[in-house]
Design a protein around this ligand. Structure first.
Ligand code: PRX
Length: 671
């Protein structure tokens, strides 16, 4: 097991907590027959219920085509358009309903409402613009946008044309964006001049210039950079527009005013978007999600697990730059015709009351956030929620394990005892939830996400592939035994890596077209209680989960190694009260180089430059050498134990056991 799950915080099983009666009465999933419908013997036909939440141009003929394992095809033969399903089909009944409520930063700016009709108009105009730039079905476009309505508008415009969007989290650096542009083969980048975050105006366009240079070095020419202009009267580096390459969207859009673009009916298995994620090697993985399966899956899980009704005001306080935002700010809620809140900034700025003011003002009744945010708000403003007159019926958490005492504050103080809490466990690759409770039908258990969701049948295997029995208290590698509509289709451009990473470990027969032979490796360690509830311990691969964000140790180390003085680098997770984990970098220097503050700063700067400030290490330790196995492998596990003041275990078999004590003295005395 990896360092991440080894240092997982262990807590005992908690008691069940029942949902409030008022919630049960109104829930979308209140009838236990739904659980029966999704029993394993009904798989895969059970997923017809999810497909039927969508409008199909051509109805599918085969629910699950397994002929080319593990490249499963859901709803084969079907055609649909994701944009049509999220926008057009709601116009007849709900033209003037808010699709998005956008809360910008600073707070003094007014909330902007985008009705379904306005969204339709804007999406069509942007689709017309993209079409006139020559974009066609299957082309890729990289978006590097902050939390502004232009982001979902661009995503939906791409979807309307059958163009594959690849949104790179706005906080990522230009270099990280350039890597992803090159990997996806995008010739168009869409960005914005600047945006506000925690009181600072960030010059975002400058990152696009770096991204284009990085992509070009990797062999990908960006022909056009489309720049949304938010601050026309301020000088940002958008002033340095590159002639022939960079264009302001607001200069182009007037030519497309009022234009309409027919939504292209796409095959169910056509890719809808790429979402890059970190993994074991330095190269980011472009997780490819499908049109029909993905959209059906996020619509179904939004309906039953987030309990979204058309009358709800739903707020997922994540960033659309991550999978949570794609699935549960944009595609899931819009497929259901809901009102989805977008907000810009951070939950703690200008103070710990921001979220609760937004909830009160907009009448939010479903709230979705991450344990890191909950921990921060609990620390900064434990009594703040009571000061605001909002009422949540439903709250969700996602991204990391939530400690039971944090869960309780969320339930009692944020939820005021009126709301259910649904702990949703899943990952970029899975499109939507894997483990959670059906809020009216399954009780909550703080610290456990719940059983597999409808149609998901989890199993825990040990290293040899034996099943770890439920209730045994033993941890193992959690897998999903069956395919499901939201699962990634492949890693963009790396099909072999896809097969090997997710199916290689436990596949029983590589020739088999029977899905039973292809368990999907989720990448987490977990314990399953006798009731089937899962307690997630953390990643088993070389990924560190910082505040719910996945950072690849290899990416961090490669960045550190670009500093000329650095010979070796190791990134390790360290437990942090607020963010769950933080990263500490250990580096050893080339011969003749002396440790200095300057080198530490260079390492931090290199990580800022190549990945982004979200990956900035909490500490950089320059050590005389790294603990290594006899074959020369750096023992991150041992370093992490030292950094966490934990037991390092038996180190006598290392090539250089004496270094462990030296590092321990250096680091622990300085902490
Ligand atoms: O370790 C698990 C953790 O986040 C990882 C997935 O990260 P990412 O692909 O960035 O997606 C985050 C949003 C879905 C998982 O492998 N994780 C996610 N949700 C939970 C969780 N750990 C514990 N409990 C959760 N609810």
């Amino acid at each position: 097991m990896s360092t991440e799950s080894q240092i997982a915080v262990h807590w005992r099983e908690e008691e069940y907590i029942q949902p409030p009666p008022g919630f049960i009465g109104q829930a979308n999933a209140a009838d236990p027959a739904l659980l029966e419908q999704f029993r394993e013997e009904n798989f895969p036909d059970s997923y017809r219920a999810y497909a039927d939440l969508l409008t199909w141009d051509t109805y599918w003929h085969t629910i699950l085509d397994t002929s080319e394992p593990p490249f499963w095809k859901w709803f084969a033969g079907g055609r649909l358009n994701a944009c049509y399903n999220c926008v057009d089909r709601h116009l007849a009944a709900n033209r003037n309903k808010a699709a998005f409520l956008w809360v910008p930063e600073p707070e003094t700016e007014l909330t902007r409402t985008l009705t379904y009709q306005e969204l339709y108009t804007q999406v069509n105009e942007v689709a017309a613009l993209l079409r006139d730039l020559g974009l066609r079905e299957g082309d890729r476009v990289t978006l590097h946008l902050p939390m502004v309505p232009e982001l979902p508008v661009c995503m939906l415009a791409c979807a309307r044309l059958g163009v594959v969007h690849s949104q790179v989290f706005g906080g990522f650096s230009g270099t990280a964006c350039g890597d992803r542009i090159a990997d996806s083969g995008s010739r168009i980048l869409i960005t914005m001049d600047g945006y506000h975050r925690a009181g600072k105006l960030s010059d975002h366009k400058a990152k696009a210039d770096e991204a284009v240079v990085t992509a070009a070095k990797l062999g990908q020419q960006v022909e056009k950079v489309l720049v949304w202009r938010r601050y026309p009267d301020r000088y940002l580096s958008a002033g340095d527009m590159v002639e022939g390459r960079d264009v302001f969207v607001d200069d182009l859009l007037p030519r497309h005013r009022g234009q309409r673009v027919d939504p292209v009916p796409m095959p169910a298995e056509a890719p809808l978007f790429l979402m890059y994620s970190s993994g074991t090697t330095g190269r980011p993985k472009g997780c490819q999600h499908s049109t029909g399966g993905y959209l059906a899956y996020v619509a179904g899980t939004s309906k039953y697990y987030q309990d979204i009704h058309p009358t709800d005001t739903y707020w997922c306080a994540a960033d659309i730059g991550w999978i949570t935002g794609h699935s549960y700010i944009v595609y899931g809620p819009l497929a259901l015709g809901a009102t989805s809140v977008l907000y810009e900034g951070v939950p703690t700025h200008p103070d710990a009351g921001r979220c609760w003011r937004i909830a009160e003002r907009l009448g939010v009744n479903i709230f979705h956030t991450a344990p890191t945010t909950i921990r921060m708000l609990r620390k900064l403003g434990p009594d703040e929620p009571a000061r605001y007159a909002y009422h949540f019926k439903h709250m969700t958490t996602v991204g990391e394990p939530i400690e039971p005492e944090v869960w309780r504050w969320y339930h009692d103080v944020v939820g005021k005892g009126e709301a259910v809490v649904v702990d949703t466990w899943w990952m970029t690759e899975t499109g939507g939830f894997l483990g959670a409770t059906l809020p009216a039908l399954q009780p909550m258990k703080p610290g456990s996400c719940g059983p597999g969701v409808l149609g998901i049948y989890p199993v825990i295997y040990d290293e040899e592939g034996n099943v770890v029995e439920r209730g045994s208290g033993r941890a193992g590698n959690v897998c999903i035994r069956n395919p499901w509509p939201g699962v990634l289709q492949t890693i963009w451009g790396q099909p072999d890596r896809f097969v090997q990473l997710y199916y290689g470990r436990y596949c029983r027969d590589a020739k088999s077209t029977d899905w039973h032979d292809w368990p999907f490796l989720c990448g987490d360690g977990a314990v399953q209680a006798a009731d089937g509830y899962l307690r997630i311990l953390g990643r088993i691969d070389d990924v560190i989960n910082v505040a719910g964000h996945r950072l690849g140790t290899k990416e961090l180390e490669s960045a550190a190694l670009t500093v000329p003085e650095v010979a070796e680098a190791a990134a390790v997770p360290v437990i942090d009260e607020l963010r769950g984990r933080v990263v500490e970098m250990y580096v050893a220097l080339n011969p003749g180089k002396e440790p200095s503050q300057e080198i530490e700063d260079k390492v931090t700067h290199a990580i800022d430059q190549q990945i982004g400030k979200i990956a900035r290490p909490h500490a950089v330790w320059i050590v005389p050498d790294m603990p290594k196995t006899r074959s020369g492998k750096i023992m991150r596990r041992v370093i992490a134990a030292v950094s966490n003041f934990a037991d390092v275990g038996d180190v006598t078999t290392l090539a250089n056991p004496e270094i462990v004590e030296k590092i321990r003295r250096q680091v622990q005395s300085a902490k």
